[in-house]
Design a binder for this molecule. Structure first.
Ligand SMILES: Cc1cc2nc3c(=O)[nH]c(=O)nc-3n(C[C@H](O)[C@H](O)[C@H](O)COP(=O)(O)O)c2cc1C
Length: 221
């Protein structure tokens, strides 16, 4: 046992898509390192970790992003930490990357790497049918980044840090900007989703609302 259920549920209720941040309050470095660590420790399909996290603290870059990220506009200048989650492209997830992850990172012997490579090929070509469409493949990688995103937001809420997940941006223009700044290699990564972290400037304008459990859960017994 690491936490009690009520504490976790309290954190889920505390977490909301924060709309305005207190610019005067900054997340201590060790607290943000903890949030990033939960991203790094997140699970991913086949353990491929197809992500990278850009922590954008540079005010000039934040200002440029503001104009092409409508969903982030009201948060990006005032939040403490602003993260762009990148997802690997298909071109950057070939044999050498697979060998690095399964062999070097996860320490699998080469015959196991060979087996899992065959298995992953079948998954990509047939099971999920993403192999013949680079966008579909990158979207599959982007799905994995959302797991890290969710974990970061929950971890943040558990220590009283607010956050906002954001898809409100012009993906192509953000990628172009990051390319111009030399911050991304588009053959290797594409932009998946963004997140702001910090401390709320005021209480949320409306209470949390969700569908009833019976509307979203079916038990098949
Ligand atoms: C993937 C994703 C993208 C989102 N994009 C934005 C966004 O660009 N700007 C924003 O203010 N909120 C954004 N939201 C917040 C949602 O609108 C919000 O989570 C939802 O309305 C539920 O409210 P709550 O998070 O406060 O409980 C996004 C949420 C998710 C999960």
């Amino acid at each position: 046992m690491f936490a009690n259920k009520q504490a976790v549920l309290n954190a889920f209720r505390f977490r909301h898509a924060c709309k305005s941040y207190d610019a005067a309050k900054k997340i201590p470095a060790d607290d943000f390192a903890y949030i990033l660590e939960t991203a790094r420790l997140s699970p991913s399909s086949f353990g491929l970790e197809p992500w990278r996290f850009l922590v954008v603290q540079n005010p000039a870059l934040r200002e440029e992003l503001r104009g092409i990220a409508w969903g982030a506009a009201e948060k990006i200048m005032d939040c403490s930490h602003f993260v762009i989650l990148l997802a690997r492209t298909q071109a950057a997830m070939q044999a050498d990357y697979e060998e690095k992850i399964w062999g070097s990172v996860h320490g699998m012997p080469s015959e196991t790497v060979g087996m899992i490579q065959k298995f992953f090929k079948q998954f990509a070509e047939t099971d999920f049918a993403i192999a013949d469409n680079p966008r579909a493949f990158n979207d599959w990688a982007a799905k994995q980044t959302y797991i890290a995103l969710a974990n970061m937001m929950t971890a943040a809420a558990l220590i009283g840090v607010d956050s906002t997940p954001m898809e409100g941006f012009q993906k192509e223009n953000v990628e172009k900007l990051l390319l111009e700044k030399g911050l991304i290699n588009l053959d290797e990564y594409r932009v998946s989703v963004m997140a702001a972290f910090g401390y709320r400037a005021g209480e949320p304008k409306r209470a949390k609302t969700r569908q009833a459990v019976d509307d979203v859960v079916d038990w098949i017994e």
